[in-house]
Design a binder for this molecule. Structure first.
Ligand code: ZN
Length: 391
């Protein structure tokens, strides 16, 4: 029996890189078979869904930094640290389902607890959740930032074992808490947790095993060291100093020169929910910094950090894209960052973030133009995951 051929049509297509007119995307067995911009008629046996002349087709969106095990409430730290495995898995299941309905079809989870996102990937059918690029628990020092997630390791032998263990379990990426962070009581964002040689050891071993490496880095010297160690993505990139926020242009230039991806922490729910106090104190300076990083020509990917606080619930991603546009990124660049660029950053180039033959059929249909107004990414008409319509 021949599997069903789907023909998705709309007045406009963004294929992850370029915008084309009157497009048609042909889908079979969960994979894109063809993309047509010539206005050709669908094959006779295809099941056709037409989103109309104002409709847009684009690749499913990619969030480069989420925490599915965290419940997106003001008590998220306490919950993820203290609940039993089944309860945390239940949270992760709900987070994944919510995320998918907002058109985010791939997430990179940069900090679960006890490898529970790997269990989630086993248990939850792919068509009910985004594709998950998993880090497992972040590698951190004993008692360091997010130690309660189960990833404590100190010293060269333990660090090598930690990287190898993640590779053996099936993680895709190694996440390292290179500096302290704001969410952990007693942790200081200005404190560097691993020195340059440890960071290089981790990065080299991960690359050797075919994994990418992501560094959580707030402090200025830490940003310098993870860039030098060859990390693939730098999370937050916030240039925190004792005085506030101090962008170092030479470091930004160095990161641009290396082509390192900067995973900018954007996306806050509008309204009354206050950000974490440590963040609120620097918010205006941080947005100013993001605007400067955007203007620098760095390779940027949006990462929401969804789940960690009440102003960052799962599903917040469309606000991240709106915010990048507000801070000066042209809409087409926002779309590219959220799709093909993000796919490359998270190690899924060619399979995700593009509408191309052979790519997974993760497709988003919008009712209006995201090039004219980026908030159209929330004007969702349909979401397809591996060829299945999930919304
Ligand atoms: Zn995070």
């Amino acid at each position: 029996m021949r599997s069903e051929l789907l023909a998705l049509r709309a007045g406009h297509v963004f294929d992850g890189v370029n915008v084309g007119p009157s497009g048609m995307v042909l889908v079979e067995d969960g994979v894109i078979r063809d993309v047509d911009f010539t206005g050709a008629s669908p094959p006779e046996h295809a099941a056709v869904t037409d989103f109309g002349p104002d409709g847009w087709l684009l690749p499913g969106l990619i969030d480069a930094h989420v925490h599915l095990c965290w419940d997106g409430t003001k008590d998220a730290v306490e919950h993820v640290a203290s609940h039993d495995h089944e309860a945390v898995l239940e949270t992760a299941r709900a987070s994944a389902a919510t995320t998918l309905t907002t058109g985010v079809t791939t997430v990179r989870d940069l900090g679960d607890r006890d490898y529970l996102t790997l269990a989630l990937r086993e248990q939850m059918p792919p068509t009910e959740r985004p594709d998950i690029v998993a880090a497992g628990p972040p590698i951190t020092t004993h008692g360091g930032h997010c130690y309660f997630l189960g990833g404590e390791a100190d010293g060269a032998d333990a660090l090598l074992a930690a990287v190898r263990n993640r590779a053996a379990r099936g993680c895709d990426v190694v996440k390292v808490m290179a500096s302290g962070g704001m969410m952990t009581p007693g942790s200081n964002s200005l404190h560097q947790q691993y020195d340059r040689s440890d960071l290089r050891l981790i990065a080299d071993e991960a690359h050797q095993l075919g994994l990418t490496v992501a560094a959580h880095a707030h402090a200025v010297p830490t940003i310098a060291d993870v860039a030098d160690a060859g990390f693939d993505t730098i999370e937050h990139f916030s240039f925190l100093t004792a005085e506030g926020v101090g962008l170092r242009q030479d470091l930004v230039d160095e990161v641009v020169r290396r082509g390192t991806f900067i995973s900018l922490t954007v996306g806050i729910l509008p309204g009354d929910t206050p950000p974490a106090p440590a963040v609120a104190a620097h918010l205006a300076a941080l947005w100013d910094l993001v605007a400067k990083v955007i203007a620098s020509g760095a390779r940027i990917v949006p990462g929401t950090d969804a789940g960690i606080t009440a102003d960052k619930p799962h599903g917040v991603y469309p606000h991240a894209l709106t915010q990048l546009a507000e801070l000066g990124m042209p809409n087409r660049d926002v779309l590219r960052c959220a799709t093909s660029e993000a796919a490359e950053a998270v190690g899924r180039a060619g399979r995700k973030g593009v509408l191309r033959p052979g790519a997974d059929a993760d497709v988003l249909a919008l009712g209006s133009s995201p090039v004219d107004d980026i908030s159209a990414v929330a004007d969702i008409r349909a979401v397809y995951r591996a060829g299945h319509r999930v919304r």
